[in-house]
Design a protein around this ligand. Structure first.
Ligand code: RIB
Length: 312
């Protein structure tokens, strides 16, 4: 039990990232030599939580890891960064989730996840976190845990007037339509927007079109991230969409950049609730832009002290 009020609560995944760096991504059936390997902390939910925590948000994670050394290390990692772990359960019925990641010399990646213990996060465990969810400013969910748990978490938040951010990643084509109306902010990347709308999303104009379609499905705000092209922000309350350009940077590893963006989004929405969403997105883009300039996922996320004062 906790009496604490959190800025950001994340109901989501923890993965141990097993990362190989290689000149390029292998083709089907091909073996290639990589030049570096490391193990890091990942999972979209935990990544987003960690970025919000590194910026100074009071955070809590609702998650499940295995009763194994990866799970033990993960909980310690949260504690080391001040993330509340009272709702992180351990199970012997499955191993801690893992992500096998290949990063090429251009900083692009390919990822396979085996979600393991993440898929055992239950409604009972979610219900235990209700007092913390109802007192939070922002709740974040993704799709690396059972979708019905994410859906229920969004419902619990909406019923209690907690701002919801939903990141439909990894995207599934038959997403329950309730996800749209339960999302104050629905934030996805270009490939997720493509899969959900069936339309190609390669540029700002196509992102605006896809965004309008997602808005029609009931979201309050849609943000579609476009990597180096920045993002577009569309609000149901306004008839216009805004393109927020990104500052050009040299990317060495883009893994988890979207999570850095969303974690920062949650931080800014919790701390500056009246800030215009295009300005929130601009600042979140600056944070994510720093993350791609070094290797790793959470290890590349900047702390508040690493960032320009005018971002706060
Ligand atoms: O979004 C990046 C994350 O996706 C990685 O950390 C990996 O764990 C997968 O969940």
């Amino acid at each position: 039990m906790t009496e604490e009020a959190f800025d950001v609560i994340v109901v989501g995944s923890c993965m141990t990232d097993l990362v190989s760096q290689s000149p390029r991504l292998p083709k089907e059936g091909e073996t290639i030599h990589g030049h570096n390997f490391f193990i890091g902390f990942g999972g979209k939910g935990a990544n987003q939580c960690m970025q919000a925590a590194k910026l100074g948000a009071k955070t809590a994670m609702v998650a499940k890891v295995g009763n194994d050394s990866f799970g033990d290390s993960y909980i310690q990692n949260f504690k080391d960064h001040g993330v509340h772990t009272g709702f992180v359960a351990q199970t012997s019925a499955a191993a801690t989730g893992v992500a096998s990641i290949i990063v090429n010399d251009a900083g692009q990646n390919a990822i396979v996840i085996v979600a393991g213990a993440n898929m055992l996060l239950s409604k009972v465990e979610l219900q235990d976190a209700l007092p913390a969810i109802t007192s939070a400013k922002v709740l974040l969910c993704q799709l690396e845990i059972p979708p019905q748990i994410s859906l229920r978490a969004l419902q619990m938040a909406q019923e209690n007037k907690v701002t919801t951010i939903f990141n439909p990643a990894p995207a599934i084509p038959d997403l329950d339509p309730d996800f749209y109306r339960l999302s104050d902010v629905f934030c996805c990347n270009e490939s997720e927007a493509e899969l959900l709308t069936g339309s190609s999303v390669n540029n700002v104009e196509e992102a605006r079109c896809a965004g309008r379609e997602l808005l029609r499905r009931g979201c309050g705000t849609v943000i579609i991230t476009l990597g180096a092209q920045g993002c577009v922000v569309l609000q149901a309350s306004e008839s216009t969409s805004k393109h927020v350009p990104a500052t050009p940077v040299t990317a060495v590893d883009t893994t988890g950049a979207g999570d850095s963006f969303i974690g920062a989004l949650a931080y800014y929405m919790a701390h500056y609730p009246t800030m215009q969403l295009d300005e929130v997105a601009r600042r979140a883009g600056q944070v994510a832009g720093v993350s791609v300039q070094s290797v790793g996922t959470q290890s590349s996320y900047p702390h508040r002290r690493d960032l320009a004062a005018d971002l706060f």
